[in-house]
Design a binder for this molecule. Structure first.
Ligand code: DGY
Length: 348
């Protein structure tokens, strides 16, 4: 699909993206916009090299693509100066290689913070109250009357939520769980989240002033402390060499038998095969996963686990956010072409 065929700068998007704001922005600034409408979900390196062609000023790409040596070489040969990942995570992008080829890398932080945290919160509630199992039960026509023991789950109020990685999304999730459900907070991050701590302190004081039990917070000195103490654990680190299989067999065994584990970060942060074994051996342990080690696949056995809720990497999938991500991705490419700033965590 081609917009503004006579535009001066050629910008390629490897996928159609929501809304038209991002297209209009590029057109207004003199770009010819080419959108790949290829049906297959995941494009190969060869597919993308063909899209880049002989002349390309910038590319908007997706987290399913492997942006390394071959693609940055092709982009730089075509005169390209900018690549924007339509995602906040950029573990699929080799920033050093991009720099070597003189290509600026952008990502789309900020606009997806609350949307992603809301999905993590949704998975937490769904796991705590066994909503998916209960829905399946209803649809299967198995409900034949109220019972005291039917789908009994966990009350979040007064329990402890553990957050691993208290950056933008982890902090937003923590705030939702603390304020929304009056949970206590324990978090682990290399950096101290003073804003989060102030928030929980102030909210705790508010509750106290209203005669309610105040919520508390604790900054853990190790990740294991969170795993041992929390009733709900949500993972929000970036994926890199240090966080690959951060949650492994040994760490799973440190968690409470009835804990809930949520992952809306990146799949390889969890050793998924070990998780399947753990779910099998501990039926009261529950998990809510938005991401998988080997997307789009799940490790054998995971789909049969009643104590697992699985959704297809949709944490940022609200209309407002996805349009915002597309717009930011377009602005990034435009920024480099026109000499404005490029939004990027990668260059910090
Ligand atoms: C991201 O942005 O990194 C998410 O995984 C997709 O929105």
């Amino acid at each position: 699909e081609v917009w503004n065929p006579n535009g001066k700068y050629r910008v390629v998007s490897t996928k159609p993206m929501p809304g038209t704001r991002w297209i209009n922005l590029l057109i207004q600034q003199g770009c010819r916009v080419e959108i790949c409408t290829e049906k297959k979900t995941i494009l190969s390196v060869e597919d993308i090299i063909a899209l880049i062609g002989d002349k390309c000023d910038g590319v908007i790409g997706q987290l399913t693509e492997d942006w390394g040596e071959e693609l940055f070489k092709a982009l730089s040969r075509a005169g390209g100066k900018a690549f924007s990942n339509m995602a906040v995570g950029y573990n699929n992008v080799d920033v050093n290689v991009a720099t070597k080829y003189g290509v600026a890398v952008g990502n789309t932080p900020g606009v997806l913070t609350e949307t992603t945290a809301e999905l993590a919160a949704s998975l937490t509630l769904a796991a705590a109250r066994r909503i998916v199992e209960a829905d399946e039960f209803m649809r299967a026509g198995l409900y034949d009357g109220w019972l005291p023991n039917l789908f009994v789950g966990n009350l979040l109020k007064g329990q402890t939520v553990g957050v691993i990685g208290a950056g933008r999304i982890g902090s937003a999730y923590a705030r939702m769980m603390v304020e929304g459900f009056k949970m206590n907070l324990i978090y682990f991050d290399l950096y101290q989240s003073t804003r989060l701590e102030k928030f929980v302190t102030a909210y705790g004081e508010f509750l106290k002033a209203n005669g309610e039990t105040p919520v508390t917070w604790k900054r853990a000195s190790s990740m294991d402390e969170v795993l041992q103490q929390a009733d709900v654990i949500s993972l929000h680190p970036v994926l890199d060499k240090t966080t690959y299989h951060l949650v492994n067999k040994e760490r799973l065994s440190k968690m409470k038998k009835e804990a809930i584990l949520i992952n809306c970060s990146r799949g390889p942060v969890i050793d998924e095969a070990a998780l399947v074994d753990h779910l099998r051996e501990n039926p009261m342990f529950r998990v809510g996963l938005d991401v998988f080690e080997d997307e789009p696949y799940m490790k054998p056995g995971l789909s049969e686990m009643k104590n697992a809720i699985v959704v297809p990497h949709i944490a940022s999938a609200s209309k407002w956010t996805r349009e915002g991500m597309a717009t930011l991705a377009a602005l990034n490419v435009l920024g480099k072409i026109k000499g404005y700033p490029v939004w990027s965590d990668a260059n910090r």
